[in-house]
Design a protein around this ligand. Sequence first.
Ligand SMILES: [Zn+2]
Length: 259
Amino acid sequence: MRFTDSHCHLDFDPLSHQLPNLLLACSERSVKRIVVPGVSPDNWQQVLALKSTNQVTIFKALGIHPWYLKGLDESVLACLENLIVNNQDKLVAVGEIGIDGKIAEQQHNLPQQIQFFDRQLAIASKRKLPAIIHHRKSHPIIVERLKSLRFEQGGIIHAFSGSYQQAKHYIDRGFKLGIGGTITYERAEKTRKTVSKLPLNSMVLETDAPSMPIFSQKEPHNSPLNIPLIFNCLTKLRAESAEQLAFQLENNITSAFNL
Ligand SMILES: [Zn+2]
């Protein structure tokens, strides 16, 4: 079996200080591909500079995450598009982008979040790239934006949590759902129930390392090394054999990002 971490911030501390040993360890645990999304203009160059090894292939995306909008004006979107055009052969998606309802409440910046989300979706459409989408308390508004912008490129709903109905909205629009540490918590009953019923071709694995601790994690931070643990947890929620599940999860990520 081979695995892909579809969402991991390898350029963040402390992961960035552990390369390339971390990648070697990933390979030993059969994590052979890692997708690294950008989050702000401050980290785009670090993401672009990441290098695959003989054992692990790194794929990259660039975008502006809703947590990092403070002080940014629209001109940065032209920079993003230029960078995407100039690095098209290195990039598999626009992301991570999205809407964060909790931040919108705290910072009163929902209009700015929507503006940046829309504009980045438009860049993805124009460049024929899928999107990596962050959500928190924002499913209805994300679905509404995808519909009204007629976004057709699909991509991944990162760290999906929610009901089957919410999942269906995204699947119907060609998205896959990122399945991560959330399912390792028994209290995440709704999401675990949803994940047990999802179509087999709609899921991809992810850690969101170094954030998003998994249940009973001993290390101080999350790591792509935890992908097999998340996978084991998923096998318990699903009816398919582990082999069938692993095989299809790899196909799903390959097709979501045209790898
Ligand atoms: Zn992330």
